[in-house]
Write a protein of this length. Structure first.
Ligand SMILES: C[S@@+](CC[C@H](N)C(=O)[O-])C[C@H]1O[C@@H](n2cnc3c(N)ncnc32)[C@H](O)[C@@H]1O
Length: 209
């Protein structure tokens, strides 16, 4: 990492300031880029449905709402109260969604998930915190769970890590077995299975090969 990079995890106040200026700073509701990325993310998930999903950094809940169509329950968290308030309004009528103020970097909830979605949140953590978060994800995943990472690839001066660096850390995490990758100039999506010996072929899992 270069020396002029921010080397500490970004604090909640950084995001509070963003949401004070704009309720949807990334324009999740209106940008085709975001809509397409959500579709790619959902399409990359190897299982049709999940029992218990975890989405740290849910912002105003647009991805959360999409995940809820494939999951019995989604626990979604954020560090910005204002984003959580918007998510609460958006998801009021969506069954199975629980919203909580919680930071990736805090002690994880005492439960196991069969889907963990680290989407556009890994690069707010410093390297040490991110490595710990990846290990925590494995420790809080069911055997055979899906863990998906999704990040913007262009450098952002304020962020401690780039998207590609986040994905390199994910790939170096013990227990995360690569299943699929999509990348283009802008976005990288990596899908992992937790636990060696689990099928990484969707066709094999479905008995086609
Ligand atoms: C770019 S949005 C991602 C929204 C959604 N996950 C997606 O990919 O569409 C990032 C969100 O992460 C939140 N955030 C920042 N640091 C966080 C942390 N350590 N733990 C949880 N959320 C965090 C921010 O407040 C912001 O709402």
């Amino acid at each position: 990492m270069t020396s002029d990079r921010n080397e500490s995890s970004l604090p909640p106040s950084y995001f509070d300031d963003m949401y004070e200026k704009n309720h949807d700073p990334w324009e999740f509701r209106s940008r085709w880029y975001e809509e397409r990325k959500r579709a790619l993310t959902l399409a990359a998930l190897p299982k049709p449905t999940y029992r218990n999903a975890f989405e740290p950094g849910c912002s105003i809940g647009v991805l959360t709402e999409a995940l809820a169509t494939r999951c019995n329950r989604v626990l979604a968290t954020d560090v910005a109260d204002s984003a959580l308030a918007s998510a609460r309004t958006r998801l009021a009528d969506v069954a199975g969604v629980e919203l909580r103020r919680w930071a990736l970097g805090d002690t994880w909830p005492d439960e196991r998930f069969d889907l963990i979605v680290i989407s556009e949140v890994g690069y707010y953590l410093d390297l040490h915190a991110l490595r710990t978060a990846c290990d925590d994800a494995v420790d809080h995943a069911e055997f055979g769970a899906t863990v998906v990472f999704v990040h913007w690839r262009h450098p952002v001066a304020d962020y401690p890590m780039t998207g590609d660096e986040v994905h390199a850390v994910a790939h170096s995490t013990g227990g995360l077995v690569p299943l699929a990758r999509y990348s283009d100039e802008d976005v990288i999506i990596d899908v992992f299975v937790v636990g060696h010996g689990m099928p990484t072929s969707v066709a094999r899992a479905g008995g086609l090969v």
